[in-house]
Write a protein that binds this ligand. Sequence first.
Ligand SMILES: Nc1ncnc2c1ncn2[C@@H]1O[C@H](COP(=O)(O)OP(=O)(O)O)[C@@H](O)[C@H]1O
Ligand SMILES: [Mg+2]
Length: 390
Amino acid sequence: MRLVRLVAQRFRNLEPFDLATDARFVVVHGPNAQGKTNLLEAVWTLATLRPIRGHKTRELIRWGDDEATVVGWVRGEDGRSQLRVDFGGVRRKASLDGQPVRDLPEYFACIRAISFTPSDATIVTDAPVFRRAWLDRAAFTARPTHLARVRDYERTLAQKAALLRDGRPDVGVLDVLDDQLARAGAALVEARVTLLRELVPHVRTQHAALAGGGDVGVRYRTDADGDDVPMRAARLREKLQAARVEEVRRRRSLVGPHGDDVRLLLDGHPVRQFGSRGQVRTLVLAMKLAELVAARARGDRPMFLLDDLSSELDRDRTRRLVHTLGELDVQVWISTTDPDHLGALPGADTLRIGMRGGAPEPVRNEPIAAGPDPSNGIAEPVPGDRSEQG
Ligand SMILES: Nc1ncnc2c1ncn2[C@@H]1O[C@H](COP(=O)(O)OP(=O)(O)O)[C@@H](O)[C@H]1O
Ligand SMILES: [Mg+2]
């Protein structure tokens, strides 16, 4: 899938823009604090309906305004779609081809993205929640229905948390919730493990290609071990039962996949504790590339967003990376202060966007073949026109 046109209004520091982006590589360059990351975040937001991790929806809106809009036209295997997201305070409205979105997986069937940003180092170095979030995000990118699995589990967990906080939980209700948790949790863990099995060989290959050595180990640690969903559910039920008294006493949920972790090892040592900054970055990048390679093996073509590349990788690795990405044949968005750092890009299919004071300026756009105008045949929403809202 390729984002062929992007429009945004009142999005962070960006001046209103309407960009033709039909290129294999889109390179956003310029000095610091101009809005390069913000432009990539506009793409990410369109693809995931969320800000980049750690940010709040409200922060996406230009200071002093109370709503922001991003519209994108995507060309995928199944044709062209127009996606739109409007943010107002904590509200968020998505529409697909002019219709309000009711079925999120339908929206996400049109657009998927994988991102690599400097803050992603936390996936390796920080608390387990960051690794679970990565894995769930990756599982969601692979199969949007994963979202329902996560929500199922979280909903039940929230109910149980409320009950436990109460101090004197009804045992019957707790039994019912634990049973639901065991089932939802087992399905969640099975999906995570299945995806991890698919990713790990690619993590190793990508890591070897980037680092030139080092043996990566990846282990999923869970309360719900087993070979299939029923086994995992049974195991989880056992553990929940055993933890019951303690959970009631501490008024907290202590057992379940919300406490699982992905252990990452380099030559047998936990990277979280012993990895150097460079090793951490290389591993995270290998994990993200693994997602991309696995997606390609599945016949999928998510967009790949690389933020602040020059600060993350040295020249040689960057060039190798760019070469790999060229071969994977997906749309790649790169932000960098130094475009020369990237080396040779397939020039004929590269769009360079200079970013100054929030104003994106395409400096060269040479599409491979003179294709149809991206706007052809599509009802054009003028930025700021609210008529499509449901
Ligand atoms: N909601 C917002 N409204 C207006 N400006 C913002 C908002 N959020 C961030 N900014 C500003 O956007 C500027 C550019 O940010 P960024 O995209 O991170 O720059 P770059 O990636 O080019 O270094 C920052 O100076 C920041 O203050
Ligand atoms: Mg930046």
